[in-house]
Design a protein around this ligand. Structure first.
Ligand SMILES: Cc1cc2nc3c(=O)[nH]c(=O)nc-3n(C[C@H](O)[C@H](O)[C@H](O)COP(=O)(O)OP(=O)(O)OC[C@H]3O[C@@H](n4cnc5c(N)ncnc54)[C@H](O)[C@@H]3O)c2cc1C
Ligand SMILES: *[C@@H]1O[C@H](CO)[C@@H](O)[C@H](O)[C@H]1NC(C)=O
Ligand SMILES: *[C@@H]1O[C@H](CO)[C@@H](O)[C@H](O)[C@H]1NC(C)=O
Ligand SMILES: *[C@@H]1O[C@H](CO)[C@@H](O)[C@H](O)[C@H]1NC(C)=O
Ligand SMILES: *[C@@H]1O[C@H](CO)[C@@H](O)[C@H](O)[C@H]1NC(C)=O
Length: 463
């Protein structure tokens, strides 16, 4: 197969080097590195398709690789095989300014897209913090801080070009199609969003764009309790304020951010807020929000009006991961990720903080609370199996707490390796049989990112 790979994507498009394989065998999670046997660097969809055909004929596993910023072990080659690194496919195609859409290749990152759009008055708002590839974000159904206003990847992908396990190229909404709405047939686009490389390789994504807001202000507000901060969030949404970002940081998290990013916010439960709109609508949104936060005992807003201060504020939020790690030098952050109906948020956060304290675990909480989604950034010594085990049990308890509240075991990081058993608990056996049936139809030989999302099948057993 190797010589065929080289004839398809060139000598320098195929690597067996240990360093290259190791770099492609892990993401940002604590799952250990599982290097693929070979890494290929295709330059276009035809090469992806030709490579996939060779893999298919030789029954070689295929693992798509975006930028490796995933948090659930999605890119590890648990069965060896061929990693498809898509970074050479980095063209931005078919930008339609008047239609608010653009098509990107899989090597384009969200920051690269927004840099390209800078002077057009448009932007792509989905923002997981990391500078991830947009097709990797589609593959993991990512979201982040702006989702409360603009939606997640699910709401913002219009069409996908996908190479299936046997090399077939399909367009999930029909080639070149990009209507704002459709009721034509099954939604295959949505099927591939969140499929984590287990159904095919996404080689193009057509995305929705938005007008850059006329004005933006950010503010920080401190609260006497978790409950007061979350109650405020619920009430702000109930009041119909189209808030762009509403991020919760607990006392441990804000303390870590203060130290890491040289800030001096009070060490209490905190909301970072951002408003987008015209000057007039901003004044209204801010007024309503301040009345609500004040009624809940929140502090006066600390404003970040100019672009520089705002940038510093959101950088601090995005650096929360590194701030958490800095709490215990030499340790690794491991992010949990659950999402519940928003009315259940106060209860689950309060219970989770009690659990953390009782089990003597370091786990600052940061949440996209407007969506009912939050993370405990567990800081753990990767060389201490006993601590790793306690963290693992904690995160299982957390996920089960979310499931008991009719939430999900993952709001945005995906299932990957770590949450496969929880997915079965969340969905139930009949739903999982349907998912397995879809997998069998699209990838009968289980070559696409095997071992992820679905548990290996137990022969003859209906789980
Ligand atoms: C500091 C930090 C903060 C983060 N915060 C957030 C957050 O707030 N919200 C959030 O949602 N995520 C967050 N993440 C996680 C991560 O950024 C997202 O999961 C992102 O979508 C992964 O994109 P990627 O290109 O790096 O994918 P990778 O890590 O390369 O891959 C992820 C999965 O998608 C598959 N895949 C990748 N590209 C393709 C493709 N073209 N076709 C098919 N399958 C593919 C891979 O096989 C793998 O299973 C954070 C990560 C870090 C490090
Ligand atoms: C189909 O799914 C995509 C991706 O999740 C979504 O953006 C789109 O709105 C869906 N279309 C319909 C008609 O529901
Ligand atoms: C939060 O809201 C709940 C229900 O609306 C209420 O019972 C509780 O007293 C509130 N807590 C605080 C601290 O505001
Ligand atoms: C909001 O606007 C009303 C009416 O203009 C005003 O009375 C009130 O003080 C404002 N509230 C805040 C918190 O600024
Ligand atoms: C979860 O949903 C089920 C079925 O609708 C319902 O009976 C149950 O009360 C819900 N649980 C919670 C905590 O909302």
């Amino acid at each position: 197969a190797l010589s065929t790979f080289r004839s398809i994507c060139g000598e320098d498009g195929v690597s067996l080097a240990t360093a290259v394989r190791e770099q492609h065998g892990k993401d940002e999670s604590v799952h250990r590195c599982r290097p693929p046997d070979v890494v290929v660097f295709p330059r276009c969809v035809e090469e992806v398709s030709a490579l996939a055909k060779v893999c298919h004929d030789n029954r070689l596993p295929m693992i798509p690789f975006g930028t490796g910023t995933g948090l659930e072990g999605g890119v590890g080659a648990v069965k060896g095989g061929v990693c498809f690194s898509l970074r050479k496919m980095n063209q931005i195609l078919d930008f339609h300014q008047e239609d608010f859409d653009v098509t990107v290749e899989p090597g384009v990152t969200r920051k690269a897209l927004n840099a390209y759009l800078r002077d057009t008055g448009l932007w792509f708002p989905v923002d997981p913090g990391a500078d991830a590839s947009l097709c990797g974000m589609a593959a993991s159904s990512a979201s982040g801080t702006n989702a409360v206003r603009y939606g997640t990847m699910r709401e913002n992908v219009i069409n996908l070009e996908v190479v299936l396990a046997d090399g077939t190229i399909i367009h999930t909404a029909g080639k070149g199609r990009r209507p704002r709405k459709t009721s034509a047939g099954y939604n295959l686009t949505n099927l591939f969003v969140g499929s984590e490389g287990t159904l095919g390789i996404i080689t193009k994504a057509t995305l929705r764009l938005y007008g850059i807001p006329e004005a933006t202000v950010s503010a920080v507000c401190s609260f006497p309790s978790v409950q007061a901060a979350v109650n405020s969030t619920v009430q702000i949404l109930q009041a119909g304020v189209a808030i762009a970002r509403i991020e919760f940081l607990d006392d441990v998290m804000i303390n870590a951010c203060n130290m890491f990013s040289s800030l001096s916010y009070p060490v209490t439960p905190t909301l970072f807020l951002e408003f987008h709109g015209s000057e007039q609508s901003l004044a209204e949104q801010v007024n309503t929000t301040e009345e609500i936060t004040q009624a809940n005992g929140g502090s006066d807003f600390q404003w970040a009006r100019d672009a520089e201060t705002r940038k510093r504020l959101w950088k601090a939020r995005h650096d929360a991961w590194y701030a958490a790690q800095a709490l215990r030098p030499g340790c690794k952050a491991y992010s949990t990720d659950v999402c519940v109906p928003i009315s259940q948020l106060p209860q689950i956060i309060v219970e989770t903080k009690t659990d953390l304290i009782e089990n003597k675990l370091t786990g600052p909480i940061a949440g996209h609370v407007g969506d009912g989604n939050f993370h405990c950034l567990m800081v753990v010594d990767p060389n201490d199996p006993e601590e790793l085990r306690r963290v693992h049990l904690f995160s299982e308890r957390l996920a089960r707490r979310a499931l008991a509240m009719n939430g999900t075991c993952t709001g945005e990081h995906g299932v990957g390796l770590g949450k496969r058993a929880l997915l079965y608990e969340e969905m139930g056996s009949m739903t999982m049989q349907v998912m397995q049936g879809i997998k069998d139809t699209l990838d009968p030989n289980n070559l696409m990112n095997p071992g992820k999302v679905l548990l290996p099948r137990e022969p003859q057993s209906e789980k």
